[in-house]
Design a binder for this molecule. Sequence first.
Ligand code: HEM
Length: 340
Amino acid sequence: MPMAVTSRVISVSKRLLIAETTKIHYGEYMPSILGEKLMEYFGLNLKHDGYTQYNPHIDPSTLQSVAVAALRMGHSQIFSQFNVLNKNPHNYHQQSYSFLLRNKFFEMSDIWLGNSQGVLRGLIEGQSENSVDPFIVTDVKDFLFFNPRTTTNGKMVITQPSVIDLSAININRGREHGVAGYIYYLEYCTGVAIKSWSDLTQFISDSRIQRLKSVYNDVGDIDLFVGGLSENKAFGSILGPTFACLNGIQFHHWKYGDRFYFEHGHEAGSFNSKQLNNIRQTSSLANLMCKTNDFDSVQVNPQFFPSEHNPKVPCHALAEIDYELWRETSHSYQDYKKKK
Ligand code: HEM
């Protein structure tokens, strides 16, 4: 294949893969974080047909408050224990087992043994939900990047392991980046000015306020990461109002401020309507998991347990992208070259 054709294939494939993952982010992940009302409020829902429009006045940069705090809400969802469910539990070499995250930093043997699918199956079949709250598993507080094995002159030696605390890093990163305190963002998002600890009671439970009081002298000192995680959930979201608002704004910016967002029409590289509808109909986390693993079936929404409302579907029943829709004739390739 000539070089120019190869690079065209690569760029088209890349655009398609980005569209598939973006469809999963906006179509499945964000609704599970923000809930229906806020998806609607921030204009994040996917369209069933037709195009969305790029807005050149929206800056798609990542907000500092989101990078150092609001989107790090996922750190409170990290599990300590992972179950590995291999396909054939009767086969001695493929027994199911579990491991602790703290023992797996830099320890790749499960992946090398080909058990990554077992980890994934363990996550979608039986892992209980871990809510967003001010509690973070000890594996990333007292054991993050725990590595008892280091090398000296090429030899493996056991040294005093150094560990890092992820929550402390998050708090420190916010301060280091000059991000304002939690109550500044709370007011920005809700319009409620917080002048005293008692003003906080409409957003944070009394018991959590007491804990905050024990470490902060002033309500204005609460770090964004800590305050955001402490809030009561709001508007059907798994987040409180401040983190839901900051993430909602961010995903709105990433969608409408990005000329290459996959649903936008009339931009360089926009999909034609058949291609776009095909992506909408076929791309899903379930489909991606089926395509990349040897699963026989997967629940419709793998983020949630299989249930009556989230039934398992056989992988072969999930339609594949119709790559024919992307076929370019040598004629269309010549047109493309001329345009360049
Ligand atoms: C085992 C799971 C995870 C570990 C060990 C982990 C660890 C880390 C570390 C070490 C950093 C860099 C911190 C710094 O130096 O400031 C980081 C950044 C970050 N993490 Fe995680 N993380 C995990 C899961 C998640 C999840 C589930 C989310 C969100 C859903 C998330 C969101 C972020 C964000 C937004 C940043 C900042 C990225 C940036 O600004 O470049 N992380 N994480």
